[in-house]
Design a protein around this ligand. Structure first.
Ligand SMILES: Nc1ncnc2c1ncn2[C@@H]1O[C@H](COP(=O)(O)OP(=O)(O)OP(=O)(O)O)[C@@H](O)[C@H]1O
Ligand SMILES: [Mg+2]
Length: 358
């Protein structure tokens, strides 16, 4: 999918920004605080409804305003179709969504059409921080390549929330366990989708690291979130007393972990910060490659402040890989950059106002 037109109103310091980006690389240049990252946040919101920096609409709404409004036009070369979508989020928490002039209740049909991947200065948190970010990482990829994933995920989340509420309310065992069948069936499905996806990703990321002349190898090790070798239904039964004690469900895919090892050791223990960042880029790039391989759909890629993240050589390697993907890429920088041999559309932002060229 390629964004052909973007309209941003009332988001952070962007009062009214309209742009028609190029299909390839788009470089957004501006001083600190000009509004570069805010433009990327708007594009991320168009896909999933929230920014990569915050889920809270009120942080994004321009001070003094009651809402922000985003609209875009996108072109899908695989079907030769143009789609239009729009999103408005209000300070009171309400949201309005539209896809092709019709109101929709959930953003997931837009997310499916418009996969957006954000590579941001804190992306090395994928390796450094807790498992939640790694589950999100795996789920981003699985959602976009496996049709059944979202349905299983919705059923699982609903059943989990009900079961946890029963545990909090200290209702009888039979009531708590009445959710176990649904949880076990949707949870096992999620588990197998994630496992299959991790195995495919492993191959792609290994090849990518080789192509990027990396000195280390990566091993991805997916752990289900319950004891190895038993069914989730048995794990739920066995853990009931524990669940009662902690008043929450202690086993299941919501407790899964994606271990990222390099040469047999946890990546966060072995790699330098720069190496960790490179690995994170390689992992995200691998997801983009896999998405393209499986669905023939390129994602929109947002690179916030890439030049400050990696050294020049690594930077060049990441850009070369991005160029091979044929993705539409939005990069921000405080300085104009030449992006090797790639054609680049340049935009400059000054105090929330955007214009073409620098
Ligand atoms: N809710 C808001 N309303 C109005 N302005 C805001 C709001 N939230 C943030 N800002 C301001 O928006 C401006 C743009 O921020 P943004 O993060 O997009 O800058 P940037 O160009 O990416 O800068 P940097 O180079 O430092 O990363 C900043 O001056 C920030 O203080
Ligand atoms: Mg920024």
């Amino acid at each position: 999918m390629i964004l052909t037109h973007i309209d941003i109103r009332g988001l952070r310091n962007l009062r009214e920004v309209v742009l028609s980006p190029a299909p390839g690389f788009n470089l957004i240049v501006g001083e600190n605080g000009a509004g570069k990252s805010s433009i990327l946040e708007a594009i991320h919101c168009l896909s999933v409804g929230h920014s990569f920096r915050t889920r809270k609409a009120r942080e994004l709404i321009s001070r003094g305003q009651d809402e922000f409004t985003l609209a875009c036009q996108m072109y899908d070369a695989s079907t030769d179709q143009t789609h239009r979508s729009g999103l408005r989020r209000h300070r009171d928490g309400s949201t309005e969504l539209r896809l092709n002039y019709e109101e929709i209740r959930s953003i997931s049909p837009v997310t499916q059409l418009l996969p957006v991947k954000a590579l941001t200065p804190d992306s090395h948190g994928l390796i450094q921080d807790g498992p939640a970010g790694r589950r999100q990482f795996i789920d981003w990829g699985t959602f976009h390549v496996e049709h059944g994933f979202f349905e299983a995920w919705k059923i699982y989340r609903r059943a989990l929330s009900q079961r946890n509420q029963s545990l909090k309310d200290a209702v009888p065992d039979s009531e708590v366990c009445s959710w176990d069948d649904q949880l076990a069936s949707a949870g096992s499905q999620l588990d197998s989708y994630r496992r299959e996806y991790t195995a495919s990703l492993q191959n792609v990321v290994s090849d990518l690291l080789k192509a990027m002349d990396s000195v280390f190898h990566v091993e991805l090790n997916y752990r289900s979130g319950w004891t190895d070798g038993i069914e989730l239904s048995d794990a739920l039964t066995k853990s009931l007393q524990n669940c009662r004690r902690f008043r929450t469900t202690t086993v299941g895919p919501h407790r899964a972990e994606l271990q990222i090892n390099t040469d047999g050791v946890l990546a966060k223990q072995l790699l330098s910060r720069g190496q960790q960042k490179l690995l994170v880029y390689a992992l995200h790039l691998a997801q983009l490659v896999l998405l393209h391989q499986i669905t023939n759909k390129p994602a929109v890629v947002l690179c916030d402040d890439l030049p400050s993240e990696l050294d020049q050589e690594q930077n060049g390697r990441v850009l070369a890989q991005l160029a091979r993907l044929n993705s539409q890429v939005f990069l921000t920088s405080t300085e104009p950059q030449s992006l090797a041999d790639n054609a680049v559309e340049m935009f400059s932002v000054v105090s929330g106002e955007l214009r073409k060229g620098v």
